[in-house]
Design a protein around this ligand. Sequence first.
Ligand code: 7GP
Length: 828
Amino acid sequence: MTKKTTSTKPSSAAMQLTAEQLKERIVRHLHATLGTDINKASPQAWWRATCAAVNESVFDGLRTTQREHYQQDTRAVHYFSLEYLMGRLFSNNLHNLGLYQSAKQALAELGHDIAELEDQEEDMALGNGGLGRLAACFIDSLATMNLPAVGYGIHYEHGLFQQEFQAGRQIERPDSWREYGNPWEICRPESVQEISVYGYVETVYDLQGRMKKVWHPGRIIKGVPWDIPVVGYHGSSVNVLRLWESRASDFFNWDVFNSGGYVDASRENIEAETISKVLYPNDETEAGKELRLIQQYFFCSCSLKDIIRRYKRAHGDDWSKFPEQVVIQLNDTHPAVAIPELMRILVDRADMHWDEAWGICQQVFAYTNHTLLPEALESWSVRMFEKVLPRHLEIIYEINRRFLLEQVDVRWPGDNDKKRKLSIIEEGHEPMVRMGHLSVVGSFRVNGVAEVHSKLVQSDLFPEMVALWPEKFTNVTNGVTPRRWLKACNPRLSSMLDRLIGSDWPTDLKQLSKLAAYADDPKVQDDFMAIKQQNKADLAKVIQDLTGVAVDPAAIFDIQIKRLHEYKRQHLNLLHILALYRRILQNPDYDMVPRVFIFGAKAAPGYKLAKEIIYAINKVAEKINHDKRVKDRIKVVFMPNYRVTLAEKMIPAADVSEQISTAGKEASGTGNMKLALNGAITVGTLDGANIEIAEEVGEDNIAIFGLTVDEVKALRQSGYHSRDYYHNNPEIKAVLDWLETDYFTPGKPGELAAIKHSLLEGGDPYLVLADFEGYQAAQQQIDGWYRDKAGWAKKAIMNTACVGKFTSDRSIQDYVDRVWQLKPCKVD
Ligand code: 7GP
């Protein structure tokens, strides 16, 4: 590779900061902020001093951005999300400020390797998976595009658990990402909010005889905001991610405390602080727990009060401009309780008429759906809702009463089935509040996250709502930030792109299409594959360190990274690995390109079968990796503790990207985009954004297999019998039976039988066996393609060249055009 000649345009905040000046800053902070000296400072202290040095530029940008937004009284989007899966911020902030090279040089001159210091940072893992990582990509794009935006969420003390394997089984360990403080966050005691829960509602009448509802809360909780600056790329905006931490309210416990009840008072403290203690580790399953509802309400209420405080500073008690200034995006239904909360504030506190208040609400909220899985559709028992938020339940009843009367009954007069189906309250033995219905009724726009998903949201999930309000529904296909997912994580490929197509691609990803002109150029092919090879060698070291398994970078690196879920079908991948292994044992000369199958996935702690699948993969890996007869044609590795930081090391090294969900189940996927962007070839079903990726890269450059959404529906309707596939395909039968023996778990037959049982007795709910044949054919196609070096290089290059659509900047522009109607605000 030639030496890097990037033209980095530094942001104004970090303008012209040389390595020399950075060195001065770092040493100054080592002394003045860390209270230590260059002779004795630990790597941790060096890292913190560098963060403090970087923060001088970050805070400059933050101040000017906030001043500009205030002076221009800008309309802003408020992204409400229970999850932000940020990862590390060190290199991200350096790259976005245009300071990475200077910092690298400065640290080198001070005797430190920047990569080693990067490893001092814990991941900020305040999210589970796709939904949380999408929120992180979106706030990066919003800042980069100079759009006024605030992210709101919870400042969890413990993020997603850390995963270890013990004898192949997943063990969860608590994550303490800020045990020793986090240099990127700023506490804002001046913006504390107080929120209420529990208690009862009293009906009173004022002097004019007007009825009023008064909520007497049972509990008051303090929300303390922590601000994380969000640095835009080479732009000038620094936005804010504001995360709320719960504390016991100050005045609440003093009586108890003073009368000697120290233990009681501190128990109440502990209970209040429990709210932001830990992220629920369930991906795509609804928890139904009281604490989770309180978490949702806590951050929504704090955030709304924060928005209103800021609005009032400019507009006083004149609410008429509120919908012009404020739009709130609900990241799935988790923050849907913000809708009745805003109604409560307007009707009960601001004394507004219901109709006027509802008019405001319906101009402010927009809702994104992220899944069709029934187990993820949130509903709360009326009983619990009433206990925690009695006034909000009344408000939801009133919203529902008017909706059924003024919309449903007008459209379908006297149709009680329609009413039952559309009611926000689901009747039954245990009446439930349906948060999806509430979100649609209370929002002016509803979107899915990929074309096919948005269609299914309309046709399968909310068809009657579409009949009532067709203009409400739209699509915004997901995207990922190319700053983190190419520029920062794959510096070799980034430099090559800068040389070939110029350095504008990080903010204009369609520029990548210029690369297509080089796809047949042997020199470019060689360079591209040489980079892939180096990235694979780097990953091989990481694999060796983390798992002790030696892998050959010349093999195909085949990667499946995502949460562990039956619908994502890691077990389909496993069955195929077993089939290959069996072919090798039956035919010692079996001809295949050597392949390393690499997994990364956490299972929800309570999701039994998901954990069994992890265990099975680990046990099969152990056996295959030690079997001399395999002659290294197959290696299997399960990377422990998959997280953003590990993804950044894996994605640049992937040859093959596994995107093999049952059609209709994966709303979009975003890992599929990151892998293709870095030149991996997708083996995928026609599901979620895979469909759009296939459209962009063309059928020569992707291995599509399996049932389509319509075929899945048809097969289910005609009656799916997984046993037929078991009996008719000897390979399927053999590998499933194998799992019941003690071959992989010596002396313990049946330990891996759970997978077979779910696929046979369990009825194979995700059609794994139906897609097996197609899957193995697609894998054979990959094997064939890889043998042709130039052909493969061309496909890999075409993947990078053709996925410019999937930048989160494009997603955000779609939200701006279709939902938010925001204008950028350039900051100098
Ligand atoms: C995920 C979807 O499963 C994934 O397909 C999509 O790319 C991602 O959201 C971002 O839109 N959903 C979740 O992570 C999730 O927790 C439950 O959904 C609400």
